[in-house]
Design a protein. Structure first.
Length: 310
């Protein structure tokens, strides 16, 4: 399944850091997930794409059936207050940060073998136990393919930790800051991934996608995040941290691999044009033991991370 992708620039495997002002990533926010957190159905998130003038907002409100307009009006007011908060955070100089590294690699079964400046390291993954039996390593050129190495991206992103602590004396404003911080971290990696595809990695230099296209993931490759269905093992954060050093952007890990501050995201960037998202689903005790062996971990120490899959 694995094929190579063209790289515009050479690789020295040195992780890089990007810092964004809030106004630089605001347009990349996916408002669907923001409104979902506040209990609104996805259809109301369209307010995030409506021009802010009174006429456009009134037209948007009128597009809903009469019975839905009270809820739509609530969504419109929430978006207005969220936008006001983003402007205030931007004016106060808060930022969002991305750390990423591009590494030469090959797959070896269900593992990815990474050449980290001459030091060979491994990332181990799980494979579906039902058809089509997918594993993320399938999208990386195998080690026995002598033609060339492949590449993989590793990333972490976070909003300034102080944003989560603002307005602690006002429950509504405090929650608004927390939910916006989550969206800003995701927006930052969306913008960074676009720049990585087009410039830093350079495998899609001519890409021209709108923000809705990006949210619909119409770009080449995938960006699976730790904790999501194809990467359910949160302990992977320890491995990624050793490769790109999360602390460079202020992220620390708890003893269980959770990231602090809470408004963080980490994961992989894979360029294979046929790569798509999938869920690992249920695994058996035999796969848990094999996975622990490949990771060099004790089975019982790894079990809590995968309890939902066992």
């Amino acid at each position: 399944m694995a094929i190579s992708t063209r790289c515009r620039y050479g690789s020295d495997n040195m992780p890089q850091t990007l810092h964004y002002h809030i106004h630089e990533v605001e347009s990349y926010i996916n408002w669907i997930y923001f409104f979902h957190t506040w209990g609104f159905p996805a259809r109301f998130a369209a307010i995030g794409r409506v021009h802010g003038c009174d006429s456009c907002r009134a037209s948007w409100l009128a597009s809903f059936p009469v019975e839905d307009r009270p809820k739509a009006s609530e969504a419109m007011q929430l978006h207005k207050e969220a936008t006001r908060m983003l402007n205030a955070l931007d004016a106060q100089g808060y930022q969002v940060h991305v750390r990423f590294g591009l590494f030469d690699c090959n797959s070896n079964g269900d593992d990815i073998v990474i050449d980290d400046a001459g030091a060979i390291k491994h990332l181990s993954f799980l494979r579906q136990q039902t058809e089509p039996f997918l594993c993320l390593a399938d999208y990386i050129r195998p080690v026995n393919d002598a033609r060339k190495q492949d590449r993989i991206g590793i990333f972490a992103a976070c909003a300034d930790a102080a944003i989560e602590r603002l307005h602690e004396d006002d429950d509504y404003q405090h929650l608004l800051c927390q939910t916006l911080a989550d969206r800003l971290a995701e927006a930052a990696i969306e913008r960074a991934h676009e720049a990585i595809r087009k410039f830093y990695w350079g495998y899609a230099p001519d890409e021209k996608l709108s923000i809705p296209d990006l949210h619909a993931e119409h770009f080449q490759g995938i960006r699976p995040a730790v904790g999501y269905p194809s990467l359910p093992d949160q302990s992977l954060n320890f491995d990624l941290n050793r490769l790109i050093d999360f602390s460079a952007i202020g992220i620390s890990l708890t003893e269980h691999g959770a990231m602090l501050p809470h408004a963080c995201v980490s994961g992989l960037m894979i360029s294979h044009p046929e790569a798509h998202y999938f869920s690992i689903g249920s695994i058996g005790e035999d796969q848990l033991q094999d996975y622990a062996h490949r990771k060099g971990c004790d089975v019982e120490a790894l079990r809590p991370y995968l309890q939902a899959n066992l």
